[in-house]
Design a protein around this ligand. Structure first.
Ligand SMILES: NC(=O)N[C@@H](CC(=O)O)C(=O)O
Ligand SMILES: [Zn+2]
Ligand SMILES: [Zn+2]
Length: 358
């Protein structure tokens, strides 16, 4: 592949779907995101969910404090900007939510169907019941971010995204055509088709793991808990559809890592947690996927332009340079309180290395 460039300079990217956790885990993981990304949409699914503006503002301070401690410890400065979100419940007050958006305290609200994923126990039990909240968001132009999986135990785990789209999202966009909607971490052909055929107000994020792997990765020579996340990896034809969508140049698709750290102990367990800590290797993995698809010329739009355009923000002024000379991902990363994380692609040497290029 002699026509592949050896370096690639692009606007600094943002991460439009990120879990930073709290406490020592936050201290451990936030520098890894700040290294490559300028802004991130921070998910509100803490053990005690971030359900209102006050909790979001307090969490934002804890994130910035963690970065300040990192800077004091290492001397490494960053310009990371957390963009906060609110976790919707059956009891969310529409007026308070929209006020928080108008004041700029939060950028979006997140809909977790109750029990769909990590820390979703307090999520929404019936979307019909929060219709006044969603209508107020549509009027205000406030984006709704959705973990799009049906939760009824009778539904096959591999069908949950397609069923949710059919049962919830199709009627929702028909009822509230003005609603800005991001279908987070899409994993299926049905997800791609829904987003492509919907209005310009509907977009989706794509993770590195769903672009790189199909569901075989979870069973490669044995059970692989570090490849388990939700929505779960799907079969190969879905992965192909996701890769086509990401590299198509369609501005509805943009980068959202869904980096979601759990300690090794919580992952390697009889009932292992869902979530992949990919912050160290995400950007390099996206570059690899775009290279494999012959679409490196579209990488910048996916990583750095489409997301800001959807959220009504300017692209970043700074840049990063990707160099095609390999970067080794650590086998493990110690957490600030004695735990261990196994990052996505642990121990692998990646094709692309990310250099700072403010
Ligand atoms: N993606 C995951 O598997 N896990 C996320 C939650 C989520 O994004 O659904 C987490 O918070 O651990
Ligand atoms: Zn999710
Ligand atoms: Zn997530």
């Amino acid at each position: 592949m002699s026509d592949v460039p050896m370096t690639l300079r692009m606007r600094r990217p943002d991460d439009w779907h990120l879990h930073l956790r709290d406490g020592p885990m936050l201290d451990t993981v936030v520098p890894w995101s700040a290294r490559h990304f300028r802004r991130a949409i921070v998910m509100p699914n803490l053990a005690r969910p971030v359900c209102d503006a006050r909790a979001a503002a307090a969490y934002r301070h804890r994130i910035l404090d963690a970065l300040a401690r990192h800077r004091a410890r290492t001397g490494i400065a960053d310009t990371f900007e957390p963009l906060m979100t609110v976790y919707l419940t059956d009891d969310t007050d529409p007026r308070a939510l929209v006020d928080a958006f108008r004041h700029g305290t939060v950028c979006a609200a997140k809909l977790y169907p109750a029990h769909a994923t990590t820390n979703a126990a307090h999520g929404v039990r019936d979307v019909a019941r929060i219709m006044p909240v969603l209508a107020a968001m549509a009027d205000a132009g406030m984006p709704l971010l959705v973990h799009a999986e049906a939760t009824a135990p009778s539904i096959d785990v591999f069908d949950r995204e397609a069923v949710f789209i059919d049962q919830v999202l199709v009627p929702l966009v028909a009822r509230l055509p003005g609603l800005k909607l991001v279908v987070e971490h899409i994993t299926t052909r049905e997800g791609v088709e829904f987003v492509v055929s919907a209005a310009a107000t509907v977009a989706a994020t794509l993770t590195p793991q769903h672009l790189l792997y199909n569901r075989n990765a979870m069973f490669q020579g044995g059970l692989r808990p570090h490849h388990y996340c939700l929505p779960v990896l799907k079969r190969e034809d879905h992965r192909r559809a996701l890769r086509r969508a990401a590299t198509s140049g369609n501005p509805k698709f943009f980068l959202g890592t869904d980096s979601a750290p759990h300690t090794r102990q919580a992952k390697e367990s009889a009932c292992g947690c869902a979530g992949i800590f990919n912050a160290p290797s995400a950007l390099s993995t996206y570059a690899q996927v775009f290279e494999e698809e012959g679409a490196l010329d579209r990488l910048e739009a996916f990583c750095s332009l489409n997301g800001p355009a959807f959220y009504g923000l300017a692209p970043n002024a700074g840049h990063v340079t990707l160099v095609r000379d390999g970067e080794r991902v650590p086998e493990t990363i110690d957490t600030a309180d004695g735990g261990v994380l196994t990052p996505f692609r642990a121990g692998e040497t990646l094709d692309w290395r990310v250099l700072d290029d403010a």
